[in-house]
Design a protein around this ligand. Structure first.
Ligand code: PLP
Length: 455
């Protein structure tokens, strides 16, 4: 069976170009891991080797791999209607999913709830939709000076050119900079960046003041502020105080800009609440969802919008309409998977169970906080991160050439756990079905991986 895995590795490397990978590192530095099937929190190789999926397959999986209820919903839908274009046509899964997403979306006292859903087929495309909608809405109103977006330092919103333009991670962005539209960047509210003596709330307040200044400097020019509420995930699982979003909401209202909440990674229970914006009691004008939306089965994105935004496109002129489209917009199979996923949240009391799991994660992580290379342990619900430094102190990051993350990845993989660190940040973002024994294994392997990577 090992021979089978080797055969897949060889065939793969002769034809497949992998995402987010320096292909030169395969096959020797970083052997590919062929996966034959999934079972709950496990990924299983052709030789039967089991890997605990501690990163939920790039944050997509919610309830475990090959979850039978979602699988069955997709199969049933596939036998009835696999795809129909959503322009001029509609289907029950798209309608029902829109109804149900709007019913559970974050609300805020005094604001009319989000009331329309625009579908796309991946997170980056969803971000493009939100950015274009915000810009186009002002354009339709004749506010032609509102062409700028404000995003946060260290933020991430995807890989397409529009999404990359509002992202601030040099590794992904730098080379394409000449192609990108210019965005304005406000300081991150990241609590890891707190000055000595400053609390997470102080740090958030300071970042909000800087955003206020930026909005003032560009009065009448900003169409939207885009943020990842609560956790900047690709930026190293950096977390901030929920008060920040409260202030961003107020500042957007005062300056007339829209607030786009990118909950593509943090949505669907990752941070403890169904949506991270709830922890701030804030409703955005545009809410981007993807990743966990289908329980991790199929690509789909949804952008939830206010009635005010929707109304701004109603007109006799075609070009005033939002003509954006993707061939697979609102694919019935993906919508059916998302509906089945929402059913599971209810049937299995997922958020309540997650609260207990999050407490178990905290208890297991606590002893690691004292490790001599751990500078910070932070948690938001089902996301928990360890920041590694040379002396366990924020001021002594490892030189990036030491590739601590890569070493930790390999050390963990050889012990049957998939950790895929972001730089020197190791994190746990397991599927919600993870059990105590698996969490214990995760904690043990994390310690071993840190030891081995820093040895
Ligand atoms: C992953 C991610 C995206 C992009 O989604 P893709 O489906 O990978 O294109 C956008 N925003 C955030 C916050 C993400 O984590």
């Amino acid at each position: 069976m090992l021979a089978e895995a080797d055969a897949w590795r060889a065939r793969d490397l002769s034809v497949v170009w992998h995402p987010c990978t320096q292909m030169r590192e395969h096959p020797h530095t970083l052997p590919l891991v062929p996966i034959a099937r999934g079972d709950g929190a496990w990924l299983i190789g052709h030789d039967g080797t089991r890997y605990l999926d501690a990163v939920s397959s790039w944050w997509t999986n919610l309830f475990g791999h090959a979850e039978p209820r979602i699988g069955a919903a997709i199969a049933t839908q596939a036998m009835a209607l696999e795809q129909v274009m959503l322009a001029g046509f509609t289907h029950a899964p798209a309608v029902e999913l829109a109804e149900r997403l709007l019913a559970i979306a974050p609300r805020q006292q005094g604001r009319t709830p989000l009331s329309k859903v625009f579908y796309a087929d991946n997170g980056s495309a969803g971000v493009e939709v939100a950015l274009k909608m915000a810009f186009h809405w002002f354009h339709n109103r004749g506010e032609h000076r509102r062409t700028k977006f404000i995003a946060l330092e260290n933020g991430y919103h995807g890989e397409t050119l529009g999404a990359l333009a509002v992202g601030d991670i040099p590794l992904y962005r730098r080379v394409y900079a000449p192609l990108l539209t210019e965005a304005l960047f406000a300081p991150s509210p990241d609590a890891y960046l707190a000055q000595p003596g400053e609390s997470a709330a102080d740090c958030a307040a300071r970042a909000a003041e800087a955003l206020a200044t930026l909005l003032d400097q560009h009065a009448g020019e900003v169409c939207a502020v885009i943020v990842e509420p609560r956790v900047q995930c690709a930026g190293g699982m950096r977390m901030h105080h929920p008060d920040y979003l409260v202030r961003v909401r107020e500042l957007c209202d005062a300056s007339g800009a829209f607030l786009i909440a990118d909950e593509i990674a943090v949505g669907f229970g990752r941070t403890g609440t169904l949506f991270a914006s709830e922890q701030s009691g804030v409703m955005p004008d545009l809410l981007c969802l993807s990743k966990g939306l289908t329980g991790g089965f199929l690509p789909l994105a949804a952008v939830l919008a206010t009635e005010t935004i929707y109304d701004g496109f109603l007109d006799d002129a075609r070009e005033r309409a939002f003509l954006h489209s993707h061939s697979y917009t609102g694919n019935p199979l993906a919508c059916a998977a998302a509906l089945a996923s929402l059913d599971i949240f209810r049937a299995d009391y997922v958020l309540a169970r997650n609260r207990a799991t999050a407490r178990a994660m905290a208890a297991l992580a606590e002893p690691l906080a004292a490790h001599r290379h751990v500078a910070d342990v932070r948690q938001a619900g089902m996301m928990l991160a360890f920041e590694l430094t040379r002396d366990g102190d924020k001021a002594t990051p490892f030189p990036s050439a030491s590739r601590i993350g890569l070493k930790a990845y390999r050390a963990a993989l050889s012990r049957g756990v998939v950790l895929r660190p972001l730089g020197d940040v190791l994190y746990w973002m397991p599927p919600y079905c993870v059990d105590e024994e698996q969490l214990q294994m995760l904690a043990d392997v994390t310690r071993a991986a840190i030891d081995e990577a820093t040895a």
